[in-house]
Design a protein around this ligand. Structure first.
Ligand code: GLA
Length: 687
């Protein structure tokens, strides 16, 4: 697919940091001045200064405004915007303006429109109506990006390139003819011969054997169950195709502005299944993430923390940019929720606590027209005599006071393995249960660790695990031999490793590892499962054992497991078809241990088990507060300074003990006791 590559002369060390021109942390949001008359734009700059805004994303959806007719360019408003923002000392994350092709383009070239699996064409009139693989679209998009780089590459307001927008958000999978052709090219490269593809896809089954790569289709709508490996490869291909689109745009920018960093905004928890972001890491000069709290989620602060930790994981621990979140309600959930007083500040600083060096919103000024007019913004419809505006100003001054944390890192001794191919494969159809949701498993383990105050890094099965004392692999259904060996090495070396049900079942082609489940981890865990016993809706079983808190309830999944010599049964089924059989096991491995959980424990049982794992591994929580009070630390790169973030997500005031230093938001000295009122945040530079 790729036609451009980074030039040989490209020197990665010459790329300047995205925040080279900023003091402290970044603060701002998406800015769409083309939607407003001149007098509003003048007011914008005045208000931005009042709020302490220092960085804005500009021109994300501006293609049709910048190029109203093919080849007819109108830069007036953008020239003025860049100049006036520069005059106000505001930096710009300038977009490639490609996030939605202009209507004249899709009218002239309807072949660039993407398609669903059933052939439905996704038309123009919303946004993101383009096939990332289509060569005609690609040419137009690259030309637009090149024009932006040529015009603004030397502009002093330019901080970084914001490539396209949330690539893959609305069209993570495209089934158009151009996607089909690109998929076949991708398969040719992966398998070289069609026989190898036949082998990998197991096509002797159901008469699917291919004579030629040209016979292969994307997983279109079919009478019965598409070949699972075909689906899995299409997932891999689609993530690569989206990344390829990013790379092509980035390399176009690099040719013209080799010193300017490039990123695109990821969505690590909202709408993310399409993209294997861990495989995107190395192509981003800085990781940027968008996050929106989910109204229906009672523990949305935990979901937020997971999103932030995923962003930090993709960034290999480096500070990252929160590119978008919301000041208050969004407009795209079934029932949108207005944020409570203090919630926006708490959300923002929670991202900072977990490694963000910039806090940005969608968007600066709430639109009057269009699909997002009921989405909150920094300047709301009602103007500046509003709670939202006052919180915007308050957040700006809070971020100024926290400037010294910039560049510091979150340090974790616990690792949570998250793997996109395992996710894709675990949720393929015709499995023992259709009710298993990979991210639910990740989330429940993440929550249990969050409840214990343990900060985790999100990692892949291939990450070097040397720095971790606790490694958790929830439902790692698909794993290759190297990944499985890497996880086993962590236990040998002394870590406590926990693996949960439906892990290590298949290889990277989705072929079952024979000889008893979980094939990839049988030796490590010292168990052999002969048959799965998925539970029916509302069916639960009891599990007993000290490690699960005595008597625990489990649902969704059970399995008939035998332990090998040297493996200890720490909890067993008390009832149901498997009464008396092992549910949770533990084995000494090297200087560490390997635990297996063959069922899904409900919250209290999982909390008890995770408590045991935390204790055994020696991973210390970042601090102990009451339930719902989050404590996280950032540490300076020389290790000399730590900043403790305490976020009270509850509606009760609390006091943390054993904290000393300077509280940066209020400027007060803290000696021993740190009061954290209901809903509040405190940040202490520790003594
Ligand atoms: C995404 C997009 C923005 C905006 C927000 C609304 O994150 O990138 O353009 O639509 O959603 O929440």
């Amino acid at each position: 697919m790729r036609r451009r590559t980074t030039p040989d002369s490209f020197d990665a060390t010459a790329v300047r940091p995205w925040n080279a021109q900023l003091d402290g942390l970044g603060y701002g949001g998406d800015y769409n001045p083309e939607q407003w008359p001149a007098e509003v734009r003048d007011e914008d700059v005045r208000l931005m200064r009042e709020a302490g805004v220092n960085i804005l994303s500009v021109a994300i959806f501006s293609w049709a405004t910048l190029e109203p007719r093919e080849g007819e360019l109108d830069w007036t408003w953008l020239d003025e915007t860049m100049d006036s923002l520069h005059a106000a000392s505001i930096q710009v994350a300038l977009a490639t303006a490609t996030a939605s092709p202009p209507p004249w383009l899709t009218r002239k070239h309807p072949e660039i429109l993407p398609r669903l699996a059933d052939g439905t064409v996704l038309h123009q009139g919303g946004r993101q109506a383009y096939a990332v693989t289509h060569p005609v679209h690609r040419d137009y998009a690259l030309r637009m990006a090149a024009r932006m780089a040529e015009r603004y590459g030397d502009h002093p307001a330019l901080a970084l390139w914001h490539v396209d927008n949330e690539i893959g958000c609305h069209v993570p999978r495209d089934y158009s003819d151009s996607a089909a052709a690109a998929f076949r090219d991708w398969l040719r490269e992966r398998y070289t011969t069609v026989d190898r593809l036949n082998e990998a896809w197991g096509t002797t089954f159901w008469s699917q054997r291919y004579a030629d790569f040209d016979d292969v289709l994307p997983p279109l709508t079919v009478p019965a169950i598409v070949n699972p490996t075909q689906q899995l490869d299409f997932d891999r291909f689609s993530s690569d195709a989206l990344l390829d689109y990013y790379r092509d745009l980035r390399d176009t920018l690099r040719e013209i502005t080799p010193h300017v960093p490039t990123t695109t905004n990821l969505m690590t928890t909202t709408a993310t299944k399409g993209m294997d972001y861990f495989s995107w890491s190395d192509d981003l000069d800085v990781v940027a993430n968008d996050h929106y709290t989910i109204a229906a989620d009672d523990e949305r602060h935990v979901e937020l923390a997971l999103s932030a930790d995923l962003a930090r994981g993709v960034a290999h621990g480096a500070p990252w940019i929160l590119m978008e979140h919301s000041t208050s309600a969004v407009n795209w959930q079934p029932r949108n929720r207005t944020k409570a007083p203090g919630e926006m500040l708490r959300n923002s600083l929670q991202h900072v606590a977990r490694g963000a060096d910039s806090v940005m919103f969608f968007q600066w000024r709430q639109s009057r027209a269009g699909a997002e007019k009921y989405h909150s913004a920094m300047v709301p419809h009602a103007g500046t005599d509003t709670d939202v505006w006052r919180s915007t100003v308050d957040l700006g001054s809070a971020l100024q006071r926290l400037g010294e944390v910039r560049g510091s890192r979150v340090v974790a001794r616990a690792a949570l393995i998250v793997d996109y191919p395992a996710w894709w494969a675990a949720e393929l159809d015709s499995h023992p249960t259709q009710e298993l949701r990979y991210m639910d498993e990740v989330r429940s383990w993440y929550t249990a660790l969050w409840d214990q105050g343990v900060t985790v890094d999100t990692v892949t099965p291939h990450t070097d695990l040397a720095g971790y004392d606790l490694v958790v692999a929830p439902t790692l259904y698909l794993v290759d031999d190297e990944g499985a060996a890497n996880i086993a090495r962590a236990a040998e070396r002394g870590a406590t490793v926990a693996v949960t049900f439906f892990s290590g079942i298949v290889d990277s082609h989705d072929h079952v590892r024979l000889g008893g489940y979980p094939g990839a981890f049988r030796d490590l865990l010292g168990v052999r499962t002969e048959e799965f016993y998925p539970l029916q809706a509302a069916e639960t079983v009891h599990v007993t054992g000290k490690a699960v808190g005595g008597d625990a309830t489990a649902d969704l999944w059970t399995e008939k497991t035998h332990v090998l010599d040297g493996t200890e049964v720490v909890a067993s089924y008390d009832d149901g078809a498997l009464a008396g059989h092992p549910a949770v096991t533990r084995r000494n491995v090297g200087s560490g241990a390997a635990w297996y959980m063959g069922t899904r424990l409900e919250r209290s049982g999982l909390d008890a088990l995770v408590g045991r794992l935390v204790e055994e591994s020696g991973v210390a929580p970042d601090g102990i507060g009451p339930a719902g009070v989050e404590i996280v630390r950032r540490r300076s790169n020389d290790g000399a300074t730590t900043w403790l973030f305490a976020l009270n997500h509850t509606d009760a005031d609390t006091t943390l003990h054993g904290v000393s230093g300077i509280e940066l938001l209020g400027g007060d000295a803290v000696v021993g006791d740190l009061a954290v009122p209901a809903g509040a945040v405190r940040v202490v530079r520790e003594a």
